[in-house]
Each structure stands twice: as C-alpha cells, then as structure tokens.
Ligand binder design. Structure first.
Ligand code: AHR
Length: 532
C-alpha cells in the first residue's frame, strides 16, 4: 500500500526583501508524544533590586504623571503584564547582604535613611516590603524574597518570616497588623542569601560556612512557617573558581532542607567574538547540566532519589566590561547604574537563553530575568514620559505568551560552526512546545550564523494535520538596532508570509542572527476536536 502523500509548504521570505542565497539547512523532527516536561510558568520570572533606578524611578516614582496615588508607575505595571512576568525576586541581589528589612516597614516618615554599601547609594527606605507586596498584587506576580545572610542571620530571617507569614498573636505578626496589614503576606518562595560565593558580597563566606548557616536558617524558618520553599545559593557564575566544589559542599550540608539550588549567569561579547556570544545558550545548557550532575551526585551519596530543582534566579545579557565596579562609584541616590541599551543581537541571545531554560523544564523550575526595569532591563523609564520596551522585551514576551503545555523533545540535525569559547556549536537551535488542550504548537528557532540564512525544515508527520498561523522573526539586517527614548519602537519583530495550507511539514527561512517564533494550529478540519 502506498504511504499517504505528504503536504509540505515552503513559507515565504521575511519582510519581502531580497536576501542572499541560503547555504545552511537544519532538519527538525517533532513528535507530540515525546515530551520533556510541562512549561513551568515560574520560568518567566524577573528581579527587582534596590539598585540604581530599578525601584526608585523604575517601578516606584511618586509624583510622576505615570504613577498612581501609591507612587507605582502604571506604565511599568502594564508592561510587566505584557511581558508575561510570573514571579519577582526582591530586594536583591548584592543589596540584600547589607539590608535590614525592618527599615522598610511601618510609617514611611519614620524609616531611616541608610548607606547601601553594595552599590554606594543612599537608601531612603520609602519603598519596602509592604510596598513591594502591593506592587506584586497589582502586577499579579508571585513574590520571591531574599534574606540577608551577609551581615545578618537566623534570628532576623525568622523575624521576617514571622512578620510576613504568621497570622497574628506574636510580636512581629502583630506589628504587621499594626502597620495596617491584617492578612499575612503568605510569601512562599525565599532565597537563603545572595551570591554568598562571591568575594564582592558583603559577608562573603566559604562554602562550608555558608552551607552550615543556610541549613540552620532553613530549619528555623520552616519552624516559623513549614509551607515555605527555600532556595540555596549556588555559584554566581560558572566561571567562579569555586564552581562545582561550592555546590557540592553547600548541598552536602543543606540537601535535605532546601527545595532548590540557584544559578546565576550573565553573558556578553568579549572583544569582537560575536560567534561565541551568539552561542551563549550553549554555555547556559552546560552550566545547567553541570549543576544537575552535582545535585544528583549528592543525592546518590545520601541515598536519596530526589531530583533537586534549580532556580536560575539571575540571568541576562549584561555588558559587565563597561561597568567600572561599585568601588569607583560616588555616593548617590537612585543613580543611573548599568542601564545597558540592548541591540537586536542581544535580544536574539536573550531569546535563545530562554530556550535553554525551557529545554531544561524538567529540572529548572524558577528563572528570573535580571532585572525588570532600567537596570539591565527589558523595560526602560525616564521621568515624565511613558516607559518603553527594549529589544530584549520582545522574545521574552512572545515566549511567555506562546510557550504553553509541554516542552517537546526536538530531533535536530543542524550544521555546526566553530566558536572560540565553546568549540563546535550547532548553527541553529530549536525548542518546541505543544498545548495538548488546544493542539497548538510553538516553535522557537535561532539562527546563530552571522552571515548565512538557514532553511529550517520541520517534519510533522506524527501530528494531526497542521496549519502555520504565524512566523515572526527578529534579527537579520537589523542586528545592531536598539530602541531608546527617542526611537522607542525602532526595532520590532516582523511577520513573514505563512500562506494558509494544511500541512504535514514545512520549510522556513531564518535570517542570519535571528530569533524566530513559528506557531501552528491543528488544520481547520481538526480544530473542533480540541475545542471540547
Ligand atoms: O543584577 C546585578 C547584580 O548581579 C546583583 O546584585 C548580583 O546578585 C549579581 O552579581
């Protein structure tokens, strides 16, 4: 018997421009039954630190025309929702390692002004825990609060959990009620300090000292509220000399008492090595795989079958080489710190990093794009004018919106290219999700070639017949463009022609240095099946 004929379409070129002949091909096979894990919504988290203009002049700017009666910028709240943010880590970052949380609660007029040693800034404390919880409520995001394990310890952490989560009838919970918050804040996610492996961290510790303190802190915090979920500090970068041994030692102490181990990593180009920069997601894959291996080794050593989850709670592109370092800063209030203006190429890398997180959805449960506003951020503000979207906003928002259901295993046959930093790396990277309820499929694809188009060939024969409804592309000739105050919408993704055929497979052109979203729905005849 003859096999059923295949309907294959070639999608249109993007933007109708003349493009150079492509030379690269990437073949992808997808199967709806081969799944990695459900798309965890907490992967679309972000981070608000008392740093630069992230809080003051970012999410909070009393008196600004964009702000509401509580001083919260409405435009930033709207863009946070559009970005699809689900979880926000707060209040730091390096800031938290010198922070007294009590300074930020109670009557604003009575709050002390302090020196923030981490960023050499004057801290007014006019924004604190209650203001953050109010902001989370308005933004419809889950709070994730870091405790200070730099200058403080177990007692202050327990006091904070009691203030935030205990119903009443004790000193700290009654103080919260006196401050006007009758209902507990019910904060579930807590970070046991920040980057305690880093010599720059106030109260930096050895892995053994940190592991012992974090363990006792975790046990005591859970005695205040057994329902909380705790994140142990992993390495602040895979390039740290202690990477690996830090995780092993800290987990040897704390494995039984924590729910997650953290990872932090920032990416930037070194010199003119754009090829390695475009392969940053490959480095993120290796970092995640390395931490999983260490966590599983400690589990095996302890006779546990638990697969510890990961919290990648700081990640982004950050041009760190442009930052002179906190020791060279003048004392200022809400200074303009690391307000990187991102190119479309940076956005391609950010989109690809998010693909790496999705690919590890079976182990990475939380991830926070650092940070949310102004400080290495997808959202930018200036006083007196509406906030705008940086280039990195677009791949994040589109992924958060369309990555639904399960992450699928991708069979990928791609050409490789040589990078100075990582050796041979696939030119094309692909991640796919499928929502079993609607039958919709989203394919995220990056072409890392700086010069060549790639033809992406996707075989869908194990799916019901499908129809491509959208191909958005970001990159190509526009790689160096940015959005800024005077040109806030200069660089936006654009749509490619997708036709209207019901198909079993398709080819699409991916421009050089581009991030792409290709969305499919079940063919017209099958749509009804998914509506029930
Ligand atoms: O996000 C900026 C800084 O980067 C954070 O304060 C710190 O945790 C990391 O080193």
């Amino acid at each position: 018997m003859d096999a059923a004929p295949i309907t294959w379409v070639t999608l249109g070129q993007c933007g109708g421009r003349r493009q150079t002949p492509h030379v690269l091909t990437c073949r992808v096979t997808l199967n709806p039954d081969l799944r990695i894990a459900p798309v965890e919504r907490k992967l679309f988290g972000s981070f608000v630190e008392h740093m630069g203009r992230c809080v003051y002049g970012g999410i909070f700017e009393p008196g600004d025309p964009q702000a509401d009666a509580d001083g919260l910028r409405r435009d930033v709240l709207d863009l946070t929702t559009e970005l699809g943010i689900t979880v926000v880590r707060y209040p730091g970052g390096n800031f938290v390692s010198g922070y007294r949380w009590e300074d930020g609660v109670g009557p604003v007029a009575e709050r002390p002004r302090r020196l923030d040693l981490a960023w050499r800034s004057r801290e007014s404390n006019t924004f604190g825990l209650a203001e953050f919880m109010q902001w989370c409520d308005r933004a419809n995001v889950e709070p994730m609060v870091a405790i200070n394990l730099g200058t403080r310890g177990i007692q202050e952490a327990c006091d904070l959990v009691e203030y935030a989560n205990h119903a009443g009838g004790s000193y700290w919970s009654d103080l919260r009620i006196k401050h006007g918050h009758t209902e507990p804040f019910a904060i579930k996610l807590w970070c046991l300090g920040n980057e305690m492996d880093g010599p720059w961290q106030i109260g930096h510790k050895t892995a053994g000292a940190y592991g012992a303190l974090a363990t006792e802190c975790a046990k005591a915090m859970r005695q205040v509220d057994p329902s909380i979920r705790l994140v142990l500090c992993g390495s602040s970068s895979p390039r740290m000399p202690t990477f690996g041994s830090w995780e092993a030692t800290a987990l040897d102490y704390a494995f039984e008492y924590v729910d997650y181990i953290s990872l932090h990593s920032y990416f930037e180009p070194y010199g003119d090595d754009v090829g390695s920069f475009l392969a940053s997601a490959h480095a993120m894959d290796n970092f995640i795989d390395g931490v999983i291996a260490i966590a599983d080794r400690i589990a095996a050593k302890k006779g546990s079958e638990r697969k510890l989850k990961l919290s990648f709670d700081e990640w982004n592109v950050w041009y760190q080489q442009r930052f002179a370092g906190h020791v060279n800063l003048e004392w200022e209030t809400a200074p303009r710190l690391i307000e990187d203006e991102y190119t479309v190429r940076d956005a391609v890398v950010v989109g690809n990093l998010l693909m790496s997180l999705l690919r590890h959805a079976d182990r990475v449960e939380i991830a926070c794009l650092a940070q949310l506003v102004n400080v290495i951020a997808p959202i930018r503000t200036e006083p007196g004018m509406p906030a705008w979207r940086q280039t990195t906003f677009y791949p994040f928002a589109l992924t958060a919106r369309h990555a639904r259901g399960d992450v699928l295993r991708v069979g990928l046959d791609a050409t490789k290219y040589e990078t100075a930093a990582y050796g041979d790396v696939p030119v094309t990277d692909v991640v796919a999700t499928r929502d079993a309820g609607t039958g919709e499929v989203a394919i995220f694809a990056v072409n890392r070639s700086q010069t060549e188009l790639t033809t992406l060939e996707v075989a869908l024969r194990t799916f019901p017949r499908m129809r491509v409804v959208e191909h958005l592309t970001y990159g190509g000739h526009a790689s160096d463009l940015t959005n800024n105050q005077s040109a806030p919408t200069r660089a936006v993704p654009h749509a490619c022609d997708v036709g209207s055929a019901d198909i079993d497979g398709f080819s699409a052109t991916l421009p050089a240095q581009s991030w792409n979203l290709i969305r499919l729905t079940p063919a017209q005849a099958d749509v009804a099946r998914f509506r029930t």
